[in-house]
Design a binder for this molecule. Structure first.
Ligand code: GLC
Length: 443
């Protein structure tokens, strides 16, 4: 009897050990899958759709009744892509320094940007463009070593079997007609399979999950469908809990988010799609300061552009992407393949670290000169230089008492004339992996 009990206990232990190891293996595999994303730091988001014809809010304009559905759909006739040059788009994205791009395959209006076999509401069959937007773009991006992502709206306000339509008129309640909902679900899931097979995205960017629950979308099944086609695909967080990373939309975090992986998605003016009456363009300085802040806090920036219906890209978008690219050319060492910087309080500004912790990068926003301070650094410094020019900077250790464990303050002298026109980066080479002190002092 006793032996039986002992054997059962041993068996239970063995099983839980095996399970623990399985989940460790899983998390190692998961980390590996996420690595390119963690290193990428910058993605370009592209909202292209028929809403660009009139230059109105993407899909929301008819949902919010700013325009009738009928008039909204008339834009199909004006969607030409006449000057669409995917190689130019890909060149521009590469020039910005981005390592991935995400493009709308289907927005909330249900119009697909490729030839969907399950719905003729697509730009190949229903617009004068008569061409697929996605395949040539993905091809051009991949040739430039840029990962590709598919934006896909789960909700589809055009589909006759979808529950919602406009803000105050819905088609039906799911509970009243489960069969109809099931038809919609079969439909959107078949589009996901279609996109997976046709374009093999490295990343899936879902949107619109808020209208239904995980059970109603069958979010777990959707995730499985994707991973069955490509086990390395990364999925954003808008899949009712079944995604891989968080997307704090247009939200500039004040403190470091606690998520392991996150991405701030942000427009360059205040709209996702082409919107000629929106002149609220962010300047390159604003975009670069936001970008460095995001990276310093362990996130990526997914920066959006809204091309016109003929496929051209507004000059303001181009300008920001090019300036950002030039800045990345000079300072990218402090951005790409780095990790989040030191905790707030040690330095008044964003910082990043090399993966081995041996180099600390300090970002100086604006036209800063004079002495900047670093607190609680236990390491010895090898040298401090300015990225780009390589200028060596003087620094002074202040208040280091020989018998105390409290490190001195580091004052780095930043002379006039070494500044970048947007954000200056100081490279602090340390004698080993960074060690910080934030104790209470004393002996
Ligand atoms: C929102 C909007 C949508 C936009 C998206 C991008 O969820 O519904 O129009 O495409 O954000 O993040």
């Amino acid at each position: 009897m006793k032996i039986k009990l002992l054997l059962t206990i041993i068996l239970i232990h063995l099983i839980s050990l095996a399970n623990a190891q399985l989940s460790i293996a899983d998390s190692v595999a998961f980390k590996n899958k996420m690595q390119w994303f963690a290193d990428a730091k910058l993605g370009i988001f592209i909202h292209e759709g028929i809403y660009a014809v009139n230059g109105i809010d993407e899909s929301w304009s008819f949902y919010n009744k700013k325009i009738s559905y009928q008039d909204y759909m008339k834009q199909l006739k004006g969607f030409t892509l006449k000057k669409y040059d995917p190689k130019y788009w890909a060149d521009l994205i590469a020039q910005s320094g981005a390592r991935y791009a995400v493009v709308t395959t289907k927005h909330h209006d249900g119009v697909t940007m490729y030839d969907s076999k399950v719905d003729s509401l697509n730009i190949v069959k229903s617009t004068p463009a008569r061409q697929d937007l996605i395949a040539p773009l993905f091809d051009a991006l991949r040739k430039r070593n840029i990962k590709v992502g598919a934006y896909f709206s789960l909700l589809d306000w055009s589909n006759k079997n979808y529950t919602g339509f406009t803000k105050d008129s819905s088609r039906y309640k799911l509970a009243d007609d489960y069969g109809r909902w099931h038809q919609f679900r079969t439909f959107f899931q078949s589009q996901i399979v279609e996109i997976g097979q046709k374009f093999k995205p490295d990343l899936w960017w879902f949107d619109g999950d808020w209208e239904h629950s995980a059970e109603e979308w069958e979010a777990s099944k959707v995730r499985d469908l994707i991973l069955k086609g490509n086990q390395n695909a990364i999925i954003n967080g808008r899949l009712q809990g079944y995604g891989d990373y968080q997307t704090p939309e247009q939200n500039f975090p004040v403190s470091r988010p606690s998520f392991a992986w996150w991405e701030l998605c942000m427009t360059i003016n205040n709209n996702w799609g082409y919107h000629p009456d929106d002149m609220q363009w962010k300047s390159p300085y604003e975009v670069i300061t936001i970008f460095t802040d995001v990276v310093a806090n362990g996130g990526n920036l997914l920066l959006d552009i809204g091309p016109r219906a003929d496929g051209t890209i507004p000059d303001e978008d181009v300008y920001v992407l090019k300036e950002l690219g030039a800045w990345n050319q000079k300072n990218g060492e402090a951005i790409f393949n780095t990790v989040a910087g030191i905790p707030q309080g040690h330095f008044y500004g964003p910082t990043t670290l090399t993966k081995d912790g041996g180099i600390l990068y300090l970002f100086l926003q604006g036209d800063i000169s004079g002495n900047v301070t670093l607190k609680g650094l236990l390491n010895n410094i090898k040298d401090v230089t300015v990225l780009g020019s390589g200028t060596n900077l003087n620094y002074k250790i202040v208040g280091k008492i020989s018998w105390s464990k409290v490190p001195g303050l580091v004052y780095i002298e930043v002379p006039k004339g070494v500044q970048d026109k947007y954000v200056t980066v100081l490279k602090v080479r340390l004698d080993g992996p960074i060690k910080l002190y934030n104790g209470k002092g004393g002996l």
